[in-house]
Design a protein around this ligand. Structure first.
Ligand SMILES: Nc1nc2c(ncn2[C@@H]2O[C@H](COP(=O)(O)OP(=O)(O)OP(=O)(O)O)[C@@H](O)[C@H]2O)c(=O)[nH]1
Ligand SMILES: C=C(OP(=O)(O)O)C(=O)O
Length: 250
């Protein structure tokens, strides 16, 4: 048990959350049925809601690594620090972007103890879920929350000075476990919103059923997804749809 965290409460002021988003031109290519304008709007909205959930968990330091100026502007508007990616075009872009974010956070936050590496497409995650996962992670040098399918990593929490690269991508949960990360709640009963990353239209329906943040809700209200039935009522903070989906403001 770390002497500086005897009660296992996470010291979130010494924690940096890092997210990576690729160029909007390339992002969410598996999202069928969405035109270019709405797909881009959805990517930035999900980023904004994910950042809002992280900040609601009490993490003030959020960094977004991206080569895309629109993403970096969205990050800044959401209270995060944007880092213009320098390694664009190289092989393992996502993990290199995460490494770039960790490096920047280490340089700029001398007191940094923990890094929280989070997927940027978690619109149903809440601050409560992220905080609970951080509390569960606190006794561990490295811990992960797997995605809803169990093979991906929704969130990886590590001591800030671990030097091994992250392994986001196919089968990342197994690869992170192999590198020493403890899987939190391996039965996957807890934190359903945190585990629900969105890559496909089907994922989006599942996230909407859990309740998404206000920015994603607005895009869904305006959006063209044929799998999500017509809007019954829409307001700037909430959207209720015919089949009972409720997009909640948090
Ligand atoms: N900064 C940065 N982020 C990346 C890069 N590659 C992937 N990402 C981000 O990492 C996360 C997971 O990436 P992917 O699943 O490959 O891409 P995606 O845009 O989510 O979806 P697909 O296009 O359907 O694969 C998303 O937030 C991506 O934007 C990269 O080269 N640089
Ligand atoms: C990158 C990952 O997920 P996805 O490809 O589903 O975004 C991952 O789980 O490591």
């Amino acid at each position: 048990m770390p002497a500086d965290r005897p009660d296992h409460r996470p010291a979130t002021d010494h924690t940096a959350a890092i997210l990576a988003v690729k160029s909007l031109a390339d992002a969410k290519s598996r999202l069928t049925g969405w035109d270019d304008h709405n797909r881009r709007a959805l990517v930035t909205a999900m980023l904004a809601d994910t950042i809002a959930a992280i900040r609601a968990a009490g993490c003030p330091h959020v960094w977004v690594v991206s080569p895309d100026p629109v993403v970096l502007r969205e990050a800044a508007d959401s209270g995060a620090t944007g880092i213009a990616e320098t390694l664009t075009g190289t092989g393992d872009g996502l993990n290199l972007a995460m490494a770039e974010g960790i490096g920047a956070a280490r340089r700029r936050l001398p007191e940094l103890r923990r890094v929280l590496l989070v997927q940027a497409d978690l619109p149903a995650a809440t601050g409560k879920q992220i905080l609970e996962a951080l509390v569960a992670a606190a006794p561990h040098r490295q811990a992960l929350v797997a995605d809803v399918r169990g093979d991906g990593t929704a969130m990886l929490v590590r001591d800030a000075h671990i030097g091994t690269p992250t392994r986001f991508g196919p089968d990342s949960a197994a690869l992170h476990r192999r590198d020493g990360a403890t899987e939190l709640d391996p039965g996957r009963a807890r934190w359903p919103g945190l585990r629900r990353d969105v890559d496909t239209a089907e994922d989006l329906v599942a996230a909407a059923a859990l309740g998404v943040g206000v920015r994603t809700a607005r895009v869904l209200c305006d959006g063209p997804d044929p799998d999500i039935p017509g809007t019954a009522e829409c307001s700037p903070t909430a959207c209720h749809r015919g089949r009972g989906y409720v997009m909640i403001d948090r």
